[in-house]
Design a protein around this ligand. Structure first.
Ligand SMILES: *Cc1c(COP(=O)(O)O)cnc(C)c1O
Length: 227
């Protein structure tokens, strides 16, 4: 008899295999790519299946929702890594610093200032990624590619931040490859080591272009309930 856990583990293993294959095709080590399970909006049963299957790195796009989902689970799983992958309002900076191990959506100086304050106050230093708006879409968050160099220099000197990586969400209606390639080029040009890129539909492409973490939601957990 197949259990829900067997099914979840099989789906997760298939994704890990696909990541490993894409890595090998690109002459990369599979160990250099983290699978971030995007748990936003997913029901509790699926979160617990993911944990039982060994998943430890999770992405969330809302601070409050993440607090509700993870605060108590943190006590049970000391090796959890929680990543904020959605836009962060400045008035939630302190909550975000308190909860997350990685904040991937630094995208403006005002937020940098609030994060610095919160980090000093709480004595916690989450790893930071800068979100880049590779498609220069009006409705999307992120630093424009042409402004990234200056932004990085400012947050490094003004706030003493070590920027671990860059993150992008390509326009839905375009092939993702060129956006991933652009993010990789920007990282290399600006001495940034990590790349958060690729979702359910395109994580293998992202690995080919150098992703060090892929953010996979629906392909891992199943479709998000729409309510
Ligand atoms: C929801 C979300 C994902 C996961 O999307 P899927 O298509 O379900 O894999 C990845 N990244 C960000 C920023 C998201 O908001």
């Amino acid at each position: 008899m197949t259990t829900d856990l067997d099914e979840f583990a099989a789906r997760r293993n298939a994704i890990l295999d696909a990541i490993a294959n894409a890595a090998r095709m690109a002459a990369r080590s599979p160990a250099d790519i983290a699978l971030v399970g995007v748990s936003k909006k997913q029901p509790d049963e699926r979160i617990d299946l993911a944990l039982a299957a060994g998943q430890r790195v999770f992405g969330e796009n809302r601070v409050q929702e993440a607090e509700a989902r993870w605060t108590h689970r943190r006590a049970a799983y000391t090796d959890l890594e929680l990543r904020l992958i959605g836009p962060l309002q400045t008035n939630k900076a302190e909550q975000a610093v308190a909860l997350f191990d990685v904040i991937e959506t630094l995208d403006r100086l005002k937020l940098a200032r609030e994060l610095r304050k919160a980090m000093d106050k709480l004595g916690r230093t989450p790893r930071l990624y800068v979100q880049v708006n590779t498609g220069e879409e009006d409705q999307k968050a992120g630093i424009a590619p042409g402004e990234l160099g200056e932004f990085l220099q400012l947050v490094r000197t003004e706030y003493g931040f070590v920027i671990e990586g860059l993150m992008c969400i390509p326009p839905v209606e375009e092939p993702a490859g060129p956006h991933f390639a652009m993010l990789a080029d920007l990282a290399a040009a600006n001495d940034v080591k990590k790349l958060s890129m690729g979702m359910s539909a395109d994580f293998e492409t992202a690995v080919k272009f150098g992703a060090t973490s892929v953010r996979v939601g629906s392909a891992l957990f199943g479709e998000r309930p729409s309510a």
